[in-house]
Design a binder for this molecule. Structure first.
Ligand SMILES: NC(=O)c1ccc[n+]([C@@H]2O[C@H](COP(=O)([O-])OP(=O)(O)OC[C@H]3O[C@@H](n4cnc5c(N)ncnc54)[C@H](O)[C@@H]3O)[C@@H](O)[C@H]2O)c1
Ligand SMILES: O=C(O)C(=O)C[C@@H](O)[C@H](O)[C@H](O)COP(=O)(O)O
Ligand SMILES: [Zn+2]
Length: 387
């Protein structure tokens, strides 16, 4: 799916890799480079021109957060070089900004700019900025073009791709949102150099997820290259980012709106993970990647209780996550509150909570088979005080 196999990327000649996301008239490219600060401008222009609404775009709102604002200003300059007048809006960093209040601030900014339907919203930041800016792009004037320039590992391997955009409500994660595909995704892995180590580890949780749900040999590779990833070896990072994007693009192109059950595989670890985030509080002790890490282990244990897998898979998963410095439990959280939060999961059907559980490494299935008793045992283990 890439223009070159990810392990043979042609940094010397025509730097970087391109992963296509085939979606008919909403198709777009994910461009993965390492250290190409001026490439964003031409990429933005050509991505906008390739989309019906973005053609001839002259105005943009660059959404970012205070930690990446300097980088976002460079993106605004690159847009100016393409004849696109860009204003920068920085929201406070953190999950708390994925709110209707922050969305309203950004929507009002677009109104103040007298932005029309061909104005672009450009997200420069992590998943919080991408989901929030995407929600604004999906709703302003019923939809304007969106460009993603993800700057965290998590956003580069997952949230910038696929068009899920949303804000949170206190009781439920991502409960107000839309499907709104970007017109292009620009990934410069050099932006990860300033990322705090904790945030890098959060991204690794979603990387590990791809191995469990879709690709056992990729899981092996992540085990082998964990240290190189944490050390940000550029070739390894580009290859891992490209493989994750390829896997996600393949799923999204077949089930864009999570209607057939296929896209739901990307939600492994998230039924419990999202409950952890809501119960612990957004911007609290669990970042999204950390909640997903603990959620994946708990959901693998749930599959074990159903007799779908033996304990070797959950043990191997848990060892890898620990090696990556990620949590595998959520001590002290209230199991009843977690159970209650799960009743609001978007995968639920007919009042039953549904989970994505492993059948084996590389294969998962959407199911409502776990009983409340199964779930209570697993939640008990998840929340029991650390020994
Ligand atoms: N839409 C999707 O498909 C999807 C997929 C996965 C996750 N998500 C969402 O993504 C969010 C989590 O994203 P995240 O982990 O990127 O968190 P984040 O956006 O909060 O970023 C983490 C922290 O890193 C900082 N940061 C970002 N880039 C930086 C850089 N280059 N250098 C230094 N600091 C930088 C941010 O300011 C923030 O403090 C959650 O809300 C989650 O629900 C969405
Ligand atoms: O893109 C998807 O589909 C995913 O499920 C990716 C997840 O990593 C991501 O956290 C997503 O935002 C969860 O979506 P939700 O529908 O469960 O809110
Ligand atoms: Zn996620």
């Amino acid at each position: 799916m890439t223009d070159r196999p990810p392990d043979q990327d042609d940094q010397a000649t025509s730097p970087g890799l391109t992963v296509p996301v085939p979606l008919g008239d909403r198709s777009y490219a994910i461009r993965i480079v390492s250290g190409d600060p001026i490439g964003f401008g031409p990429f933005a222009r050509s991505s906008l021109d390739a989309s019906r609404a973005g053609r001839g775009c002259r105005v943009a709102l660059v959404v970012t957060d205070a930690n990446v604002a300097a980088l976002a200003s460079r993106h605004a300059e690159a847009l100016a070089g393409q004849g696109i007048a860009a204003e920068v809006a920085a929201v406070p960093p953190g999950e708390g900004s994925k709110s209707l209040d922050q969305a309203a601030v950004l929507l009002d900014r677009l109104i103040a700019m007298k932005a029309d339907r061909h104005a672009a919203v450009v997200a420069v930041g992590g998943g919080v900025v991408g989901d929030l800016a995407g929600f604004v792009a999906a709703t302003y004037a019923r939809g304007v073009p969106l460009l993603m320039a993800p700057t965290t590992l998590l956003a580069q391997v997952d949230s910038s791709v696929g068009g899920k955009v949303a804000v949170n409500r206190p009781a439920a994660k991502n409960i107000v949102g839309a499907f709104h595909q970007p017109v292009g995704v620009w990934i410069d892995t050099d932006s990860l150099e300033s990322l705090p180590p904790r945030e890098l580890r959060c991204g690794m949780a979603e990387v590990v997820k791809y191995g469990v749900i879709l690709d056992a040999s990729f899981f092996d590779e992540v085990e082998r290259t964990a240290d190189a990833m944490l050390a940000l070896e550029p070739g390894v990072v580009r290859r891992v980012v490209a493989r994750c994007c390829e896997l996600k693009a393949e799923v999204v192109s077949q089930d864009e709106r999570e209607q057939t059950g296929l896209r739901a595989v990307l939600n492994f670890g998230h039924t419990i993970g999202h409950a952890i985030e809501a119960v612990a509080g957004y911007g609290g002790p669990f970042q999204h990647g950390e909640a997903v890490s603990a959620g994946m282990v708990a959901e693998a244990r749930l599959a074990e209780r159903l007799g779908w897998i033996d304990d070797s898979l959950a043990d191997r998963l848990s060892n890898l996550l620990r090696l990556l410095g990620l949590p595998t439990s959520a001590p002290g959280l209230d199991p009843d509150a977690l159970l209650d939060a799960m009743t609001l999961d978007k995968k639920n059907r007919g009042g039953r909570i549904r989970f994505v559980l492993p059948r084996r490494l590389g294969l998962v299935e959407l199911t409502d088979a776990p009983t409340e008793a199964d779930l209570r045992v697993v939640l008990g283990e998840l929340t029991s005080p650390a020994v």
